[in-house]
Unconditional design. Structure first.
Length: 76
């Protein structure tokens, strides 16, 4: 019960859905890694079938921070 209450409180504090988490985790991991390694280059390679959270984060990095994003198609 304490964990559920804490989730509700944190979600209310940051304006998030208390049941969310995966998309935010993807976002934080990708942006954190991109910024940490930015000095080595600003190129991200992902696949075209990634979760929208991943693709949207890559698009954000491309549009806002000038990263080059290559979205590789998938076949058999």
């Amino acid at each position: 019960m304490a964990i559920e209450k804490a989730r509700e409180q944190v979600a209310a504090l940051i304006g998030a859905n208390r049941n969310s988490g995966g998309s935010e985790s993807d976002n934080q991991a990708i942006i954190g890694s991109a910024l940490a390694y930015m000095a080595k280059g600003k190129h991200i390679i992902t696949s075209s079938i990634e979760h929208p959270a991943v693709l949207n984060t890559c698009r954000y990095l491309e549009e806002r921070l000038g990263f080059e994003v290559t979205c590789v198609p998938v076949d058999k």
